[in-house]
Every structure is written in structure tokens, then in C-alpha cells.
Design a protein around this ligand. Structure first.
Ligand code: PMP
Length: 361
């Protein structure tokens, strides 16, 4: 609008995995829009999108669609409860699974009843999960977990494979459903389920953000044994059968593999992380970069109230790079080495501003 240009390192908080206006996605969108979008029933591309997701994500035998990540995680809970006849769901303390009353991060407008059947454990601490399960008696319907710890305002933490295997074993032992929340990490760590490289398969997974490269779509993927329960629950929405986002999804998921999106994001993320590390050292500032390089997370030392992070991001944005002080950032497969160089010009201004305002440290 005002002539400014930015390198977008938030990618719309995750959806834009292939870059804004990716040609193949936009072509698929235009073609579907010419045929029809919101109609009284679904278009054939719903089946194509479902088949593609089931093909790409190893644990999945079926798919169903909704709009937002919150829809997907909430449907997972409903399927697990319908299948087991139990109520309690175990979730990690501080993990974000959406903005419905069972999981939203503020308690205003939420009743104790909304939270009555949610119990909490600590990420990467299997003993805490065992304790929470024991306290719930025989009532655990599901355990929901993010592929890695990506809570806003904290260092990110990769999953300990032993923890993931422990969750799988516990669910098998007590007859509970294992749900992975792939809404944020999905298709950024792996061209398929995020835990496939460590050999742990969930029963259900919740997806949104990256599956449509910016077009509104969410999906729940599940194993055969939960198909009957998924068919019994009633969930729908006026716009859930919109065809354009499903056509966008087919093109997006296809391009993620064909264009090597995951290795591209790894290479770009590594370049960015190395550049930021060099700049922080040159500015005499201590920073912590955590989690996968595709989803950068930057924290300043001695910065509990995020004052340094705020100064850094304010100056960086003024100098042409969109970053966030508390939430992880996202790289896309469209970012080039030149984009990283331009982004680093902005982050360098950010570090200089922090140094001026707070001194070294
Ligand atoms: N789960 C995770 C891990 C998320 O990051 C988000 C969104 N940030 C959600 C669920 C909720 O998705 P939505 O905002 O699309 O409802």
C-alpha cells in the first residue's frame, strides 16, 4: 500500500509454506473457481485431497475436512471420545491446540466445566504423563501432543524419541487414542507425518495451516480402527465443503514433494540461523535459537518481559523483515538466499537497536 517491501518470515503464521501466490496453487485455484466454490455439496477435489493426504501421511487411512486448526483438534477429541466412551484428554501444560473453550489460553469466558475433562502433563516427561493417566483412573480417551514443543514465549524443544515411543506404548496399554497436533509443524519438518522419521505413528492427527498454502482448510487424518467413530460424530460448517481451498490443497501438497519444499526450508532456515548467530555475536548479545531451523525461534538473554525482543522486532520491521518477538517464525520454500541476505540486513538493525537501548549481554 505505502510502497514498503518486506521479507515475510512469519508466512501468515504458517500457512504460506510455498510462498505467497505460488503459481501452481494459484492455477489450481483459478481453475476450480471457474467451476464452482461454495456449493450444496463437495467437489471431486475433496476426494483428491483426501487421497493425497492419506497417501502422504503414513498412519492415515482416511481424512475428513474442516476450516481451522481448532476444528481439527476438537474433532480429534470427539472421535477419540466416541471411540473409547471415555472423557479425559491429556494435554501438555502450555501447549496451544486452538481457541475453543477446552484449550484457549485465557480463562475469560471459559467455565470450569469446559476444562473438567482435560488433564495436563509436561512435554518430554513420560513420568508426568503416567501420573496424569493414573489420576484419571480408567477414563483416558486420548493424549494430544505437538510434534515438538513450540509454545509461544518459550524456547522450542524437539521431541525426545523415547518420549514419543513412551506415549505410543502408554496409549496401547490403556486403550487410549494418540493424537498429534500437526497444525503448526505439519509438512514443515517432513513430507508426511512429523514423527515418521522417528517411527512413532499416532492414531489421529490434526492439520491445517500449510495444507492449503493460505487457503482455508483443516483436516483430521485417522487410522482404520477409528473410521467408524469418525463416521458417527456430527460436525459440519457452512463453508467446510468449499472447493477452492481443497483444489489449493491438492496443488500445495503435490508441490511440497515435487519442489522439495522441506529440504529447501531446511537450507534457508540454516542460512538464516547461522547469519543471526554471527550478528548476535558481533553485536555482543547473547541469544538462544531453538527448535527446527524451518521454524526459527529467537530469545534474548535476560529478557523475561520480551523488551529486547520487542525492540529487535520493531527495528527489524522498520528495516524490511517481518518477525515476531514471542512466537516462532516460519520460513517458506520460496525464500531465496537473497531474501535471507535482505532479512539479515533488517535483523542487523534489530540487534543494533537492542545494543543501543540495553547494552551488551
Ligand atoms: N494447534 C496448533 C499447534 C496451532 O499452532 C494452532 C494455531 N496457531 C492451532 C492448533 C489452532 O489453529 P487455528 O488458529 O487455525 O484454529
Amino acid at each position: 500500500m505505502d510502497g514498503n517491501e518486506y521479507v515475510d518470515l512469519m508466512c501468515s503464521f504458517g500457512p504460506v509454506i510455498l510462498g505467497h501466490k505460488h503459481p501452481a496453487v494459484e492455477r489450481a485455484v483459478a481453475a476450480q473457481r471457474a467451476l464452482g466454490d461454495t456449493q450444496a455439496g463437495p467437489a471431486p477435489c475433496m476426494v483428491e485431497a483426501a487421497e493425497l493426504l492419506v497417501d502422504r501421511v503414513a498412519h492415515a487411512d482416511w481424512a475428513m475436512f474442516a476450516k481451522n486448526g481448532t476444528d481439527a483438534t476438537t474433532i480429534c477429541l470427539m472421535v477419540a471420545r466416541a471411540a473409547t466412551g471415555r472423557s479425559t484428554v491429556l494435554a501438555a501444560t502450555g501447549a496451544y491446540h486452538g481457541s475453543a473453550p477446552w484449550c484457549t489460553i485465557r480463562l475469560d469466558g471459559v467455565t470450569p466445566g469446559d476444562r473438567a475433562s482435560i488433564a495436563y502433563y509436561e512435554f518430554n516427561d513420560i513420568a508426568s504423563v503416567e501420573r496424569a493417566a493414573e489420576q484419571a483412573g480408567g477414563d483416558v480417551a486420548a493424549i494430544i501432543v505437538s510434534p515438538f514443543k513450540h509454545d509461544a514465549g518459550f524456547d522450542q524443544e524437539l521431541v525426545d524419541p523415547g518420549f514419543a515411543r513412551g506415549l505410543r506404548a502408554l496409549c496401547d496399554r490403556i486403550g487410549a487414542v494418540l493424537i498429534t497436533d500437526e497444525v503448526r509443524a505439519g509438512f514443515r519438518l517432513n513430507d508426511g507425518g512429523s514423527w515418521e522419521p522417528i517411527g512413532v505413528a499416532p492414531d489421529l492427527s490434526a492439520w491445517s495451516k500449510a495444507i492449503g498454502n493460505g487457503y482455508p482448510l483443516a483436516a483430521v487424518l485417522g487410522t482404520e480402527s477409528l473410521g467408524a467413530a469418525a463416521s458417527r460424530i456430527f460436525v459440519t460448517g457452512s463453508f467446510w465443503y468449499q472447493a477452492v481451498p481443497m483444489a489449493a490443497s491438492v496443488a500445495t501438497i503435490t508441490a511440497i514433494r515435487d519442489e522439495g519444499a522441506v529440504p529447501a526450508m531446511e537450507a534457508i532456515g540454516t542460512r538464516l540461523r547461522d547469519g543471526i548467530e554471527r550478528q548476535a555475536q558481533a553485536a555482543g548479545l547473547t541469544v538462544f535459537q531453538t527448535g527446527p531451523v524451518q521454524m526459527p525461534n529467537l530469545r534474548f538473554a535476560e529478557d523475561r518481559r520480551f523488551a529486547k525482543a520487542g525492540t529487535f522486532c520493531g527495528a527489524a520491521v522498520e528495516h524490511g523483515v517481518i518477525v515476531h518477538p514471542r512466537h516462532n517464525w516460519f520460513v517458506s520454500a520460496a525464500h531465496t538466499d537473497q531474501d535471507v541476505e535482505r532479512a539479515l540486513e533488517g535483523t542487523w538493525e534489530g540487534f543494533q537497536a537492542v545494543r543501543r537501548q540495553f547494552g551488551p549481554g
